[in-house]
Design a protein around this ligand. Structure first.
Ligand code: OAD
Length: 256
């Protein structure tokens, strides 16, 4: 059986990571859970358990009610800015220094990996911190001295583009939108070349991001899932480390 927990991390796996030529890590919302950032599908606490994704995370929803969507993302951005990277983010930033080549791919739109010290993070689903004009796509830069405007209903008029006057939208990939092509190609390429991949804190339900682990598995890489619950990856990964990323990753770093 390929199931282990934080107290039984196999030494063989530690050796394989120590000797890895190219280590790729794919993270999902679970890696930020211990920073207090809600995941999407965890029972009761997940965002999609409490909000309607199609109404909030779609271009149609933004067209219908820009203040509702902008306000909801500003509420999430504020939560991220109030949060801190957790030991999982910190362990991954350290892990990058232990191997010759390291690629961090995330589905997350927070900046906690970067704030823990990770660099060149591939954001498959964009970022809360890189909004752009809905009309002309020009980037909009937040004034970092001004905290996000928050109000209870979370309905806030989005700012306007200084170039064309269009409404500013969150810089995240919405349902029905394509992933940033170059970033996705980089992630696919890394998954096809790596010798070890860690898949951390993702339900693996959203494609095409959820194809990334399958590319590594097809490429015969050693694959490791870190998650407290079961996913469709359970039977195809080399190792299942059952538990929280903020506990398992620091324990792995201790053993490395
Ligand atoms: P989900 O909420 O779908 O899944 C979170 C996963 O993290 C689950 O498998 C949990 O068991 C696991 N988890 C929870 N706490 C954890 C912890 N402390 N340590 C490790 N794992 C933990 O989030 P994602 O898989 O990231 O799409 O969702 C993928 C995409 O669906 C998101 O990027 C977003 C969403 O709609 C876009 O924004 C386009």
């Amino acid at each position: 059986m390929n199931k282990f927990d934080v107290t039984t991390i196999p030494t063989e796996l530690i050796e394989q990571i120590r000797n890895a030529e190219h280590l790729v890590v794919l993270t999902g919302a679970g890696v930020s859970a211990e920073s207090g950032i809600p995941t999407f599908r965890d029972a009761m606490t997940g965002l999609w358990e409490n909000y309607r994704a199609e109404e909030l995370a779609s271009a149609g929803g933004f067209r219908k009610s820009p203040p509702l969507v902008w306000g909801w993302y500003e509420w999430r951005r504020n939560m991220v800015l109030q949060a801190k990277p957790n030991p999982a983010h910190e362990a991954l930033a350290k892990l990058a220094t232990k191997v010759p080549r390291f690629t961090l791919v995330t589905q997350n739109v927070d900046n906690l990996h970067e704030r823990a010290g990770s660099i060149d993070v591939l954001h498959l689903h964009g970022s809360l911190h890189s909004p752009r004009c809905f009309a002309c796509a020009r980037p909009y830069v937040f004034d970092s001295t001004i905290p996000p405007e928050i109000n209870e209903e979370k309905s806030i008029e989005p700012p306007r583009c200084s170039h064309c006057g269009g409404k500013i939208r969150p810089g995240v990939v919405w349902f029905g939108e394509l992933l940033p092509e170059k970033i996705f190609q980089q992630a696919e390429g890394a998954a096809g070349k790596c010798d070890v991949m860690l898949v951390i804190g993702t339900s693996g339900l959203v494609f095409p991001a959820a194809n990334i682990p399958s590319i590594a598995i097809h490429n015969k890489a050693i694959t490791v899932q870190i998650n407290p619950t079961s996913t469709d990856f359970d039977s195809s990964v080399t190792y299942n480390l059952i538990g929280k990323a903020g506990e398992i990753l620091p324990a792995m770093m201790e053993l490395l």
